[in-house]
Ligand binder design. Sequence first.
Ligand SMILES: Cc1ncc(COP(=O)(O)O)c(C=O)c1O
Length: 422
Amino acid sequence: MFQQAELAAIRGKFHFVDHDPEGRRRLFFDNAGGSLRLKAAEAAFARADAVPDCSEHSNRVARQLDELERRGRQDLLECVFDAPGGVLYPSYSASQIMMELCRVFSENAQGSNVVATALEHPSSFDGMRHYAGVHGREFRVAPVNPATSGVDADAVLSLVDRDTAILSCMYASNISGYVFPVDRIFRAAREINPGILILCDAVQHAPHAALDPAAVGADAMTFAPYKFFGVRGFGVAWLSPRAASFMHHRLLAKPADEWGLGSPAPGHFAAISEIVSYVAELGAHGAPSGASRRDLFQRGMSRIADHERELLALALDGCLGEQGLRAIPGVTVKMDGSPLESRDFIIGIEFAGKGCEEAAAEYEHCGVVAFERSATSIYSRRMVEAFGSSGVVRISPLHVHGPDDIAEFLRVTREIASHARA
Ligand SMILES: Cc1ncc(COP(=O)(O)O)c(C=O)c1O
């Protein structure tokens, strides 16, 4: 785990770690909804965005903005996606990108069926289903395994055959935290059908581990910077050279693999470079001299993953004298079936005799922000019902948190649970 001095320095680099914009003390455990913001990323965005020049023009300041975009693109390809051979598709949100890729892939794929998992975010699930209908393809869904809180690789692969046009399988679930063995799934899917097109939503995995779309064999991998210490209003996908060559909405005089449409906002790219610099700085701890920015970024992400996994264990099993979630009477940890190595730090809990909306409101009253993932929400129903729940309170801290925060959260949880049982 990060030691105290380093953790204090890390916390100083983020906005609103322990208080809200009105100065009230709080623990922000809703990072899966939108993560705490890196100050340097927000500042870089604001600096660039204040400048009126058009980065595609030729004046000096315009060229500086263009350079910010060039560096941000390089950081995305070489560090965030670790796949310089691909092409970037920037847009307003990850959902927009995913829906558009469902359309484009559907128009270019061969085969009579498509496969998705039951845990996909609605942007890929609904996009896959809609365009399966448009193209007369069978829509197949791999069910969850309540025992593992994920979808078994075999359940996905049993639906893939030589006629599968597209597979959509996310990297990690935004409901259960389950990390899919995408490497194994994608490799085996290609052995069954070498022509299959593979979509991977990595929005929820990106803040917790390094991404690797080319290594795992995806044709597209999406990511949303606002879940990864960055700025809202931006989403990016990595596309394989094959996917990038598909006909898509573009100005016809531009290169065939240009996926950006309209004027870019250089501030978003400047913010990405700050995030990469921050993670690379974490990775510099104990790194061999001369390590590349890419290597430092990878090391930084694995330090984040290690720290968060330790925190996850503390939350489940207890720390600093507080009982863990698994032991607090009146609390049930849902989706708790997988080893911690295959989970990102997202936990869903239920309270005996108390709905998730009420529990989330009580958390807020006690200074903890967590989110209710309720079966009444279009974003959660399919997933929570698959796990036999009418809704959970989703707990999603970040690597900036430490054991003290987890102990405080456990104390509040114990208090809420004791009210529920009284
Ligand atoms: C797993 C997953 N995919 C996609 C999205 C959509 O991202 P965006 O808000 O950028 O459209 C989310 C947002 O919560 C998500 O959790």
